[in-house]
Design a protein around this ligand. Structure first.
Ligand SMILES: [Zn+2]
Ligand SMILES: [Zn+2]
Length: 358
């Protein structure tokens, strides 16, 4: 390593040129300035946004500025900031947005909704170097302590995916009286199912186009029942009604980002039910009177999470003995990041992790 004061020490990092490949480059190890820490990366998982917005083409709304990719970083402090709150050896999850710390959203710890724009508000792995590297230069504001009971892979899964799913289930106000439908059983959908059950949901029903992901979600205990993979929206509604005394679920969580699954999710809720939209992109077609006004349903948006809620999630994962790592179906060393992305972009995989010391 020999990073102290040396300009020659280098590290490997992974870039995503946008053509479905991964580019490994050797770059200098950065040095932390005031308010910053240097982290040795231990795990950096792949999120659906990396695939959607960077790996297969650089498409908005989040611009990718030719930086080291990876916005689910987890590691340990190897160089602390003088006078800062973190110490060498501290294990941390990196909340992946850096905010201005001045606006109302930032003062509430919700850097994702920071009112500033680039270059003040930036995301790791999009506009500044992210976690697919041996080291990461992080702002102290981004670092959330990782409890000893959780692994670095657990922590990486929380940095975006599980954090995002937790925000959605909290906004859904899930309780033990609720049957829940999750549409879209990728990593965020699986996380939503696991967290909904941990919060007491009476049963979780899942829907996905792919039978492989439907089976995986059931095997991992993220869902109790699945409706027929690839079923039409009408059939999804029919099957959910059959499982819920003809009335529908109290809560639907759309993690698919697909318009047909969203409308099926909305129509599968009962009167006074609520739909939380988590999956990004696309549209929602709805019959306003018949599907929303008359049944008095609520439609709620949920985007990533805040730093305080991420800390709350980490505490609850320990209390629930719930390990996000259970959704990881494949691990690769950094040198095989290309294989990791290839697998993650295939529709049947669970969560894919890049793990630095394996
Ligand atoms: Zn702000
Ligand atoms: Zn993400």
């Amino acid at each position: 390593m020999g990073m102290n004061g040396s300009n020659t020490a280098t590290m490997t990092g992974a870039w995503l040129p946008g053509d479905g490949t991964v580019d490994l480059r050797e770059v200098p190890i950065p040095s932390p300035g005031p308010g910053q820490v240097l982290l040795r990366m231990r795990a950096s998982t792949i999120c659906g946004s990396d695939l959607r917005a960077i790996y297969n083409g650089h498409v908005g709304p989040e611009p990718y500025d030719d930086v080291i990719a990876g916005h689910e970083p987890c590691g340990e402090v190897v160089e602390a900031s003088p006078g800062g709150r973190l110490r060498t050896g501290d294990r941390v999850v990196v909340y992946h947005i850096v905010g201005c710390l001045r606006c109302r959203a930032c003062r509430a710890g919700s850097y994702i909704t920071c009112e500033a724009t680039f270059p003040v508000k930036v995301a790791y792995g999009y506009q500044r170097d992210g976690g697919h590297a041996e080291y990461l230069l992080a702002e102290e504001q981004s670092c959330v302590p990782l409890p000893d009971e959780l692994s670095f892979v657990d922590g990486a899964c929380v940095a975006c995916g599980f954090g995002t799913a937790y925000e959605a289930v909290v906004r859904a106000e899930i309780c033990g009286r609720d049957a829940v439908l999750v549409t879209g059983l990728g990593p965020v959908g699986m996380a939503a199912g696991l967290l909904a059950k941990a919060m007491g949901a009476e049963r979780v029903i899942g829907y996905n186009r792919s039978p492989t992901r439907s089976d995986l979600a059931r095997t991992l205990g993220a869902v109790d029942d699945v409706v027929t993979p690839g079923a039409s929206p009408d059939l999804v509604v029919d099957e959910v009604m059959e499982l819920t005394n003809g009335r529908g679920v109290e809560v639907a969580l759309d993690c698919s980002g697909a318009a047909p699954a969203r409308s099926a999710a909305l129509r599968s809720t009962r009167a006074d039910g609520r739909l939380v939209l988590v999956g990004e992109g696309g549209g929602l077609e709805l019959d306003v009177s018949e599907w929303v006004i008359h049944p008095q349903r609520r439609i709620v948006g949920s985007w990533v999470t805040s730093v305080p809620r991420m800390e709350d999630l980490l505490e609850h994962l320990v209390r629930w003995d719930l390990h996000p790592e259970s959704t990881v179906t494949a691990r690769f060393p950094l040198a095989k990041a290309g294989d990791a992305y290839e697998l993650a972009s295939s529709s049947g995989s669970g969560k894919v992790a890049i793990v630095m010391d394996e």
